[in-house]
Design a protein around this ligand. Structure first.
Ligand code: NAP
Length: 268
């Protein structure tokens, strides 16, 4: 059964992801956007923030103050790792379920936040990739690895991305390794005449990172076998691609009493 009228506060409404998420929340019948948290437009209405949609939604620059003034069920955070972590702690204190797409949390962050979620028995979701197609690409790749041990990953992103390889590429390699013997891909005696030509490796799987303007987020997993190759590819063409995953996470988090890391853990 679907939760009716989930009350949502969204942090980061002017960002690339946040602005798309505001539209998704506003256009979803059973979601109710009660406030947004924006560092630069305290005490305004969202409609008065340059470039924002025409919505009479109050803007706070402090999440704590926002949650004292507005009852809410879910916090969607699409900001920065430092802010996202602080926001999660505030949300837990107020009994609000965090749904966090912000990337860059350390393993220690995840562990500590899981402890808080368990202690308070409040469900939370951190999903470094909300694109459901990307999650399926990872799952299909894991399944294919049972039959194809030879594999390389090529991930492509816009040139504003700071980290390489992408978290999704590493996660894909980790999932493949559950069905693959540890072995180095390529000829044992291969030599790179230009350093880095064979990409970075995760447990023997080469990962190649491409960074170019015009790209959003794309990944190809190429398996090789006798007389055949199998390519599993996913493309996020724009940030709309992440919104079905955000919506699913908001609906799911209401039923959880612990922290789930990764959308793959809530998709069958
Ligand atoms: P972005 O365009 O830079 O947006 C980030 C927004 O967060 C900015 O509007 C920024 O506002 C705001 N912000 C920073 N600190 C804040 C605070 N203390 N309170 C309120 N707002 C604050 O970045 P983006 O591309 O939207 O990405 C946001 C996050 O999502 C990043 O971590 C990115 O890696 C991640 N991401 C996740 C997915 C996924 O599928 N999970 C997909 C793409 C991106 P200011 O201008 O005031 O700094």
């Amino acid at each position: 059964m679907q939760n009716k009228n989930i009350r949502i506060v969204l942090a980061g409404p002017r960002g690339n992801m946040g602005s798309e998420a505001v539209k998704m929340v506003a256009n979803t019948n059973h979601f109710n956007l009660v406030a947004v948290v924006d560092s630069k437009h305290n005490n305004m209405l969202l409609k008065d923030v340059p470039g924002a949609p025409q919505l009479d939604i109050p803007v706070f620059n402090d999440l704590e103050e926002c949650l004292i003034n507005h009852e809410c069920d879910v916090l969607i955070d699409l900001t920065t790792p430092k802010t996202g972590r602080r926001h999660m702690e505030i949300a837990f204190r107020h009994g609000v379920h965090p749904v966090v797409g912000t990337t860059g949390f350390s393993e220690q962050d995840i562990q500590q936040l899981t402890e808080i979620a368990n202690e308070k028995q409040i469900g939370a979701i951190i999903a470094p990739n909300f694109a459901i197609g990307a999650i399926l690409m990872m799952k299909f790749s894991q399944a294919a690895a049972k039959y194809f041990q030879n594999v390389e990953i090529i991930e492509q992103h816009h040139d504003k991305k700071l980290d390489a390889p992408s978290g999704t590429a590493v996660k894909t390699a980790k999932m493949i390794m559950e069905n693959r013997e540890g072995m180095k891909q390529g000829h044992p005696d291969e030599v790179e005449t230009i350093k880095g030509s064979r990409g970075g490796t995760f447990e023997g799987i080469p990962i190649h990172s491409v960074r170019l303007p015009g790209l959003v987020a794309h990944q190809e997993v190429i398996f090789g076998g006798h007389g055949q190759t199998l390519t599993i590819r996913h493309d996020s063409i724009n940030r709309e691609s992440f919104m079905p995953g955000v919506k699913l996470a908001v609906e799911t988090v209401m039923k959880l009493d612990t922290l789930i890391y990764g959308l793959e853990n809530i998709i069958d």
